[in-house]
Design a protein around this ligand. Structure first.
Ligand code: PLP
Length: 445
C-alpha cells in the first residue's frame, strides 16, 4: 500500500467505506458503532444532511479566500456563534485547521500579549503531566504525555514545565479529602511559579476534563477555582484546552462552565466541525485583543488555511444543529444512561478500577488488581487489545495508556455521538464489556 497511515504499519486498519448516523461500514462488510466518535470528533454522527448541504453550498459560493486579504460570511457567523453571547469575557475567535494548530496559536498569542503590554520576561508556560495538547513540536513541548514526548525530547522547547495532574483516582491519598487534595495541588503550583519566578510565567495550561491521555479525568471540586486564583495572583493567563471536552461533549456548552471559572484563552477543535471538515479555534478574551489592537495592531501568527470558508460553513452548521435540537441537554441525558449502564455492567468487574467522566466523555480504567489498583504491565497492551477485541464485536472505542511517575494506566475512552439512541448506548456498553471480559481473561491467564 502506498498510503502511509499513523500507528501500525504492518497491519493497516480496515477500509471505512461509508457511514451514517452512529455507524461506519467497512470494506469487509462489517458495521461498526462509532462509540468514540473517532477521537471525540463526530458529535453529530455521520452524513448529517444539514452539514452536507452547508458544505455543498459553500463550495459552490466561495471555496477559499486567504484570510490575510478577506473575511468571509461563514467565518464571521461562526465566530458570532461561538463567542457572541458567551459569559466570562471571551469575545473573539480565530480559526485554524485543528487542535494542535489552535494550541500553537494560543501559546504564541499569549507571548505576543505580554510583549505588547511591556512584560517581555513572561516566557514560561506551566502545564500538567499526563496531559495532551497536540502533536506539533510546540504543543508537544507543552504536553505531559511521556510516550509521545520522549522520542522528540531533544527537539522540544525549554519554556515549558509540568506539575501534577488533578487525578484523584491515582493520586489523591486515601486519607485526603478533595479539599485537602486541591490544597496540596495549590502548594505545588505556587512552588512551581516561585521556582520559575512568578513574573516570568505567561500562562498555566490545562484540559478542563482530561482527554485520551488521562482518560476523561474530571478535576476535584474547587481545583479550577484554585488554579484561577494562582494565575491571577501572579498575573499569568489561564489557557484551557477544550479540544476534546468542549462544545457540549461534557454536558455544558463549555466544560469550564461546570467549574465556575472562565479562561483568558480557550481552544476547541474536534466537535467544532464534527469531523465534516478539519477545523479548530482559539477563543480570546477581550483584554488580550484590546492590548494588541492598542499596540502593534497586528497578529504575528498565521497559516494558509486559517478561517477556511468551507470548514467554517460546516462547523457553523454543526453548531446550529446542536443548538436547534438542544443536543447539549441530550448529552446530559444520554451521559447519565451511559454512566449508569457502565456501573451496572462493569462496576464490580475484577479488572475495572474506575469508571469516570462527564456527559458523553467517559472512560473505564482497567487494572490488574481492583483492590490494590495496580495497573497491568504496559507491555501487556491491555487497552490496545480491548480496542481490537471491540472492533471484532462491531465497536470502535479509543484506547489510552498514560505513563506518569512510573505508573502506567490502561483505559478505554467512550465519546459517542450526541445523536446516539438509548439502544445505541446500551449496545455500546454490552459490546465493550464483552471485549473487556475477553481481554482481561487472557491478560490474567
Ligand atoms: N488537545 C487535546 C485535549 C486533544 O485531545 C488533542 C487531540 O487529541 C489535541 C489537543 C490536538 O488536536 P489535533 O489532533 O486536532 O491536532
Amino acid at each position: 500500500m502506498t498510503l502511509l497511515l499513523h500507528r501500525d504499519l504492518r497491519r493497516p486498519p480496515a477500509r471505512a467505506l461509508s457511514a451514517s448516523g452512529v455507524r461506519i461500514r467497512t470494506s469487509a462488510g462489517r458495521e461498526v458503532i462509532d462509540a468514540s466518535g473517532g477521537a471525540a470528533v463526530s458529535c453529530l454522527g455521520h452524513a448529517h444532511p444539514a452539514v452536507i448541504e452547508a458544505i455543498r453550498r459553500q463550495a459552490e459560493t466561495l471555496a477559499y479566500a486567504h484570510s490575510g486579504f478577506f473575511t468571509t460570511e461563514p467565518a464571521e457567523r461562526l465566530a458570532e456563534a461561538l463567542v457572541g453571547d458567551v459569559p466570562g469575557g471571551l469575545t473573539r475567535a480565530l480559526f485554524v485547521s485543528g487542535g494542535s494548530e489552535a494550541m500553537e496559536a494560543a501559546v504564541k498569542l499569549a507571548r505576543q500579549y505580554f510583549l505588547e503590554v511591556g512584560e517581555p520576561q513572561r516566557r514560561r508556560f506551566v502545564a500538567r503531566r499526563q496531559s495532551y495538547h497536540g502533536n506539533t513540536l510546540g504543543a508537544l513541548a507543552l504536553s505531559g504525555n511521556l510516550p509521545r514526548r520522549e522520542p522528540y525530547a531533544p527537539l522540544l522547547g525549554t519554556a515549558f514545565s509540568h506539575v501534577s495532574p488533578a487525578f484523584a483516582y491515582r493520586y489523591r491519598a486515601a486519607t485526603e479529602s478533595d479539599a485537602d487534595y486541591v490544597e496540596r495541588l495549590r502548594a505545588e503550583l505556587v512552588a512551581e511559579f516561585e521556582r520559575l519566578g512568578g513574573d516570568t510565567v505567561a500562562a498555566f495550561v490545562a484540559e478542563t476534563v482530561g482527554g485520551a491521555t488521562s482518560g476523561a479525568v474530571t478535576a476535584p471540586p474547587g481545583y479550577f477555582r484554585m488554579v484561577r486564583e494562582v494565575c491571577d495572583r501572579y498575573g499569568a493567563l489561564l489557557i484551557l484546552d477544550e479540544v476534546m471536552c468542549g462544545l457540549g461533549r461534557t454536558g455544558t456548552r463549555h466544560a469550564w462552565m461546570a467549574e465556575g471559572v472562565a479562561p483568558d484563552l480557550q481552544i476547541v477543535a474536534k466537535g467544532l466541525g464534527g469531523g465534516y471538515q478539519p477545523i479548530g479555534a482559539l477563543l480570546v478574551g477581550a483584554g488580550i485583543v484590546d492590548a494588541i489592537e492598542a499596540g502593534s495592531g497586528t497578529l504575528m501568527h498565521g497559516h494558509t488555511y486559517m478561517a477556511h470558508p468551507i470548514a467554517c460553513a460546516a462547523a457553523l452548521a454543526v453548531q446550529r444543529v446542536i443548538v436547534e435540537q438542544e443536543l447539549v441537554g441530550e448529552v446530559q441525558r444520554l451521559g447519565r444512561r451511559l454512566e449508569a449502564r457502565l456501573h451496572q455492567r462493569l462496576g464490580q468487574h475484577a479488572h475495572v478500577g474506575d469508571i469516570r467522566g462527564r456527559g458523553l466523555l467517559m472512560a473505564v480504567e482497567l487494572v490488574a488488581d481492583r483492590e490494590t489498583e495496580a495497573p497491568f504491565a504496559p507491555q501487556a497492551g491491555v487497552a490496545a487489545s480491548i480496542k481490537a477485541a471491540a472492533l471484532d464485536r462491531g465497536l470502535a472505542c479509543y484506547p489510552g495508556n498514560g505513563t506518569i511517575d512510573g505508573i502506567s494506566g490502561d483505559h478505554v475512552l467512550l465519546a459517542p455521538p450526541f445523536v446516539s439512541s438509548a439502544a445505541d448506548i446500551d449496545l455500546i456498553v454490552e459490546r465493550l464489556a464483552d471485549a473487556i471480559d475477553a481481554v482481561c481473561a487472557r491478560a490474567k491467564g
